[in-house]
Design a protein around this ligand. Structure first.
Ligand code: GLC
Length: 430
């Protein structure tokens, strides 16, 4: 049974292959996405190393001169996707979007090198400088005041596009008069009840327009842009990526890089304390424009365990939240605490379960020695795939598959769980 699912996962990824890169799913997302490609490459590495490295090489080929690796790469134009290449830059058919996404790349490369052979080591080595430049860019563009945390300039940069974490900030984003003269494509592929509202979409597009008008100048976006927020997800993923970058630097014996990366790690470890929300006893998002915490506990709050950071007390609170939230739904880990007033079981990042987040959370729990919770999350992910199908995200109460179907990263995570555990039990009985 599980073997069939693995086979199906390989078939889905192969079907989404567009020649050197893999789309997340056909129609809804017909381009190359940054963190999707990274997770997908990890999945592919379980059965075809050459193709896996090719995925990453093509992603990194799109790196900007300033080090940024964009969130979308438009290898081809596709009129059925919005916002496409001509919406990002003035008078240009950009071949990328103009901000980034959660930088899981170094961690994926470290995983492929650690679990690989000399071929993987050489490939990893050839991409090391690009990773350094990418991380440098995050510090200079998204933490220009050297405070030890990075801030996102658009909710899409968090990868958790429509989470209630961004509601505070979006509330203050001005939508220019007569705005809305555009046609969304996502809702012709997926029911609107599973996607962001039109009101939110107007706000997303207003930020894109602001960015386009200032040529995405990082300083202007940071100092004056319509939206600026601390995302616990991207910060913890970045911290973990720096720890994995350090492992690579040590393995390759790049002595002169080790000190620099260590200083980045120390800075980020201290910086995380800025978004510990003592009121809810969790790491939560913080809106930098209105100086307010968001009070939702999300699956990104749990990633402090993945980055292995925070005091023992903070980690314990987080583990307790994990347990409590898992007990409040049939399949974990929902993207928002079901107790929170903004929880919605089927709308995008406002409640549903995402396999990639489960992968990182389960790693974090294992690292803390919380093996049974980690196993529960892995088992839930596998059950969801069986109950709901290989979907983009899932209803945490019913297991219904939501959003795009035949989804690359969901297939990839199944393959990685398979690689990491030889005795996966595949049952639907809860
Ligand atoms: C959605 C998700 C984002 C993902 C993209 C492609 O926009 O929010 O995280 O990268 O889809 O799958």
């Amino acid at each position: 049974m599980i073997e069939e699912k693995f086979q199906n996962a390989v078939e889905i990824i192969t079907k989404n292959d567009r020649g050197g890169y893999t789309v997340p799913t056909s129609k809804l997302y017909p381009h190359q996405w940054n963190w999707d490609s990274a997770f997908t490459a990890l999945g592919i590495s379980t059965y075809n190393k050459t193709r896996a490295w090719q995925e990453l090489i093509l992603l990194i080929k799109a790196q900007w001169k300033n080090g940024m690796i964009p969130h979308i790469i438009f290898h081809k134009n596709d009129p059925n996707y919005f916002p496409g290449p001509n919406h990002w830059q003035i008078k240009s058919n950009a071949n990328t979007s103009c901000h980034s996404q959660p930088p899981v790349l170094a961690s994926i490369i470290w995983d492929m090198v650690k679990n690989g052979n000399n071929y993987d080591l050489k490939k990893g080595q050839s991409l090391f400088n690009s990773l350094m430049a990418y991380h440098e860019w995050f510090f200079s563009a998204r933490d220009p005041n050297n405070e030890g945390f990075i801030s996102i300039i658009h909710p899409w940069e968090s990868g958790r596009d429509n989470c209630p974490d961004w509601d505070l900030g979006l509330h203050n984003v001005n939508v220019p008069d007569n705005f809305g003269d555009y046609v969304r494509c996502d809702t012709s592929h997926v029911e609107i009840s599973q996607r962001p509202t039109n009101k939110d979409y107007d706000k997303f597009m207003s930020i894109v327009e602001y960015g386009r008008n200032c040529n995405w100048d990082p300083k202007k976006m940071y100092d004056e842009g319509p939206f600026l927020a601390i995302d616990p997800g991207i910060n913890f993923i970045f911290l973990k990526a720096n720890k994995d970058l350090l492992s690579l630097a040590k393995l390759f014996n790049y002595k002169n890089r080790v000190n620099k990366i260590e200083s980045w790690i120390n800075k980020l470890e201290d910086g995380c304390q800025n978004f510990w929300n003592d009121k809810v006893k969790a790491f939560t998002a913080f809106d930098m424009r209105s100086n307010q915490f968001c009070d939702a506990i999300t699956n990104a709050s749990m990633l402090c365990l993945y980055a292995s950071t925070g005091s023992d007390k903070q980690k314990n609170y987080t583990i307790k939240h994990c347990e409590r939230i898992l007990n409040s739904c049939v399949y974990g880990m929902p993207s928002v605490d079901p107790k929170h007033k903004k929880f919605e079981s089927e709308r995008y990042w406002r409640g549903p379960v995402w396999s990639i987040m489960n992968y990182m959370i389960s790693h974090g729990l294992e690292h803390e020695g919380e093996y049974s919770l980690a196993k529960r999350i892995k088992d839930d992910t596998i059950k969801l795939i069986e109950v709901g199908g290989m979907y983009e995200y899932f209803n945490p109460h019913t297991g219904k598959g939501l959003g795009g179907h035949d989804f690359s990263w969901t297939a990839a995570i199944l393959l990685v769980f398979g690689r990491d555990s030889s005795n996966l039990k595949f049952t639907t009985n809860k």
